[in-house]
Write a protein that binds this ligand. Structure first.
Ligand code: ADP
Ligand code: GLC
Length: 483
């Protein structure tokens, strides 16, 4: 199969969160499982991590209409293992400090930036002569690709055999814009109807992705049910999803074992496995506490957090609970995003300098150290499509304390019996439930044998992509047009 993946981020080139991890890992998995040709299309942001890669410019360029202007596209290429990575270049849209926003909010022209990118993916495929059997798109930034395929490109013979899959990594970000964005994208007025693009008088990119793709997936079985149920999870798209229910499935994310491996991790002080974790983690803990300049005290439980600072993640709830726990626990927190949450964490670090360390920003190395050093990993998420952090934490022997929702519910198990538990569950994202779950963790921590049993369960779990990548490929095959 020829598989084209279109996304707004992919590790190791550009990443703001789990989406980047997922797109990077899946591209590699598809290229290794069977005889598939994989092309990954990304925007060429200013800060693309080039690392050991040298990008090769492809000669020539082409034009994409956005509103009443023609925008120029040039492309560059890099071979990443068996994956061909193509960057869509346009300095007006992508040569900026951030990927989606400044510290003050989203870029005002995000509608134009990503309608441009989506259409440039299709024209770019033609430009390089890559005729995909499947286009796999992720989230609102590439949701217009299936819509273009079924409208403006329906009569384009280049794509006659192309089917599309749309993956919802997070329905909270939908790409909603005013009506004029619909016109800028070049669609036909006749399609501005509630069963297609129209959404409360404007356009909703994610809705278009759901409606026009051949198959829809989301990133965990529980989240696929949650987003169809009436209530807070579907964020207004539950009706549309219910309507397409037969085409929707939940496939659990995995984690990339080449990046995340406590045995060979270059960022941590000492590698360890499920047999040697006690010594290994103790080294890593000492090292991290020293680096963060907080007190070394074996009696205290070390709680780690590595997270986007966003209402979704419930860290405002954690801020309220922390002052009640500083006699039993220490906190090392790494996070980037919302200023209000960041300020609250800074304040706590100031009040409790021996117990709380907070770093604002994105820091890959520190993230690895926190997973390895911590005893527990806190995720009081209000909703969580899948969550990778809890799986990384478990692989590193840090027991998650996570809300019973979405992918957290599908991966973290607590029965009250350590022999069949790998973490602690928070019943609901509120102070009372978080305090109660953390209380359980504190009391279990004192019973070393039981604690170690849970760590072994966590570390021995299967978080690989093997099964899930096969599930995606099965879906791709089922909609392949010439099969
Ligand atoms: P989400 O995609 O909602 O942010 P996930 O749990 O799926 O949450 O994935 C988060 C990913 O981003 C993990 O790999 C995590 O380690 C990483 N991450 C989040 N915040 C930071 C940060 N400030 N610095 C480094 N890595 C981070
Ligand atoms: C989103 C979700 C997260 C998920 C990630 C990758 O950012 O918030 O739960 O793990 O995408 O699919």
């Amino acid at each position: 199969m020829k598989i084209l993946i279109a996304a707004s981020e992919a590790f190791p080139f550009c990443k703001t969160g789990g989406l980047g991890d997922v797109v990077g890992a899946l591209s590699q998995m598809f290229s290794r499982l069977g005889d598939h040709e994989v092309a990954l299309f990304l925007p060429k942001y200013r800060n693309i991590e080039r690392g050991a890669f040298s990008l090769r410019a492809i000669s020539g360029n082409f034009l994409i209409p956005v509103a009443d202007k023609l925008e120029t596209v040039s492309m560059s290429h890099v071979q990443w293992g068996k994956v061909s990575v193509y960057f869509i270049e346009n300095s007006k849209f992508f040569d900026r400090p951030g990927m989606y926003r400044t510290q003050y909010g989203d870029y005002k022209d995000n509608d134009e930036r990503f309608m441009f990118f989506s259409r440039a993916v299709l024209e770019g495929a033609k430009f390089i002569g890559f005729k995909p059997d499947i286009i796999h798109c992720h989230d609102w930034q590439t949701a217009l690709v299936p819509a273009y395929l079924k409208t403006l490109y329906q009569i384009d013979s280049f794509f006659v055999k192309t089917a599309s899959v749309f993956t919802i990594n997070n329905i909270a970000y939908q790409g909603m814009f005013a009506k004029k964005a619909f016109l800028k994208a070049g669609f036909d007025w006749n399609d501005f109807t509630p069963d297609k693009f129209e959404y409360y008088g404007g356009i909703n990119f994610m809705k278009a992705g759901i409606i026009f793709s051949d198959m829809i997936t989301t990133v965990s079985p529980t989240y696929s049910k949650e987003i169809q149920s009436y209530g807070e999870f579907g964020k207004g798209l539950e009706g549309v999803l219910k309507h397409r229910s037969k085409k929707l499935s939940g496939i659990l994310n995995g984690i990339d074992d080449e990046i995340w491996d406590p045995v060979s991790d270059m960022f941590i002080k000492r590698g360890y496995d499920a047999k040697t974790f006690a010594k290994g983690k103790a080294y890593c803990k000492r090292d991290l506490l020293k680096e963060c300049a907080i007190e070394e005290n074996k009696e205290l439980l070390l709680a780690g957090v590595v997270s986007r600072l966003d209402n979704q993640k419930g860290l405002d709830i954690l801020c309220k609970v922390m002052p009640h726990l500083t006699d039993k626990m220490q906190f090392v927190i790494l996070g980037a995003g919302d200023e209000k949450i960041s300020n609250a964490l800074k304040k706590l670090a100031k009040i409790y300098p021996k117990r709380v360390f907070f770093k604002s920003g994105f820091d890959e190395a520190l993230a690895h150290k926190i997973y390895a050093a911590s005893d527990i990993f806190i995720m009081p998420s209000r909703f969580e499509p899948c969550g990778l952090s809890q799986m990384i934490a478990m692989l590193y022997g840090s027991l998650p304390v996570a809300t019973k929702t979405g992918g957290l519910k599908d991966t973290v198990f607590y029965t009250g019996e350590p022999k069949d538990s790998n973490g602690f569950l928070i019943d609901a994202a509120n102070e009372k439930s978080l305090r109660s779950a953390l209380g359980k963790a504190v009391s279990f921590f004192k019973r070393k044998l039981l604690w170690n049993t849970m760590i072994k369960n966590a570390m021995n779990g299967d978080y690989s992509w093997d099964k899930s990548a096969e599930e995606y490929l099965k879906i791709f095959k089922s909609i392949q047009k010439d099969s």
